[in-house]
Design a protein around this ligand. Structure first.
Ligand code: NAD
Length: 257
């Protein structure tokens, strides 16, 4: 599955799943553009480390994807975008009648609107190059709902719908668009939910992981960021050229229940 000669832009890739995807793209030979909203030495060091260990070109571009102009500018700055991975995401948990409006707006902006803006700029580049792959990181919550996650569930269902639409708009071109729907992966986003859940249920960390989180995941194991990266690389391979407009669940059986 060589992606040599391709450039992959992975949004929200200075940690978690995005970073795992960037690593696997680079291991498959693609040049990578990493991104987040910070501009720290350690962000740029991640790109240097990927370049040093895999031999591809890698760089980090700061862009706050809650802002439309910065989403569009990220793709312009990349200069080339054969593979677009819309991965950036945030989460907030609250009953809908208490959901803070600013949190709702931020979740929809980062988890959904950013993918609209990046895709709109990247598609003409893909057409120019005669090849393209859009890989959107949705969630099991893009296919099922969960109480107290209304904005997240809405954004993830939205991105699944947008993925199918992009696939139809590019169906007769050498471009595909698909969504990956992870279940639980132990990243900073999930780590951040553990303390509140411990307090809410009066449980220890391991008990929360076992009885609250992995209870939903029939495999009773977290997926890894490497497995998510491998799935994204597969969707970019020639073997997946006729796979478009679909979702691939990497959720240990969650959505089969
Ligand atoms: P994470 O917190 O490790 O990664 C989120 C990334 O998004 C980070 O790099 C962060 O810097 C970036 N980001 C946040 N706000 C941003 C902004 N304004 N501009 C640019 N970048 C921004 O979490 P993760 O678990 O790796 O999440 C990655 C994606 O996977 C998200 O879309 C998330 O919804 C999805 N997902 C995660 C899980 C899970 O269990 N971890 C499950 C299903 C879906």
């Amino acid at each position: 599955m060589s992606l040599k000669g391709k450039t992959a832009v992975v949004t929200g890739s200075n940690s978690g799943i995005g970073l795992g995807i960037a690593w696997e793209m680079a291991r498959a030979g693609a040049d990578v553009v990493l991104n987040s909203f910070t501009d720290r030495q350690e962000d740029h060091d991640l790109a240097r480390q990927i370049a040093a260990e895999t031999g591809v070109a890698a760089r980090y571009v700061k862009a706050d994807l809650s802002k439309a102009a910065e989403c569009r500018d990220l793709i312009q700055q990349a200069g080339r975008c054969d593979i677009l991975v819309n991965n950036a995401g945030i989460q907030h948990v609250a009953p809908i009648d208490e959901f803070p409006v600013d949190k709702w707006d931020a979740i929809i902006a980062i988890n959904l609107n950013s993918a609209f803006h990046t895709t709109a700029v990247a598609l003409p580049m893909m057409r120019e190059a005669g090849w393209g792959r859009v890989v959107n990181i949705a969630s099991a919550h893009g296919l099922t709902a969960s109480p107290y996650k209304s904005a997240y569930v809405a954004a993830k269902h939205g991105i699944v719908g947008m993925t199918k639409t992009v696939a139809l708009e590019t169906a007769q071109e050498p471009i595909t668009a698909n969504a990956i729907c992870p279940g639980y992966v132990l990243t900073p986003l999930v780590e951040a939910q553990i303390p509140d859940t411990m307090e809410k249920y009066g449980m220890g960390r391991e008990e929360v992981i076992k009885t609250v989180m992995l209870e939903r995941q029939p495999s009773r194991e977290f997926a890894t960021v490497e497995q998510l990266g491998g799935t994204a690389v597969f969707l970019c391979s020639d073997a997946a050229a006729q796979i478009t407009g679909t979702t691939i669940s990497v959720d240990g059986g969650w959505t089969a229940l």
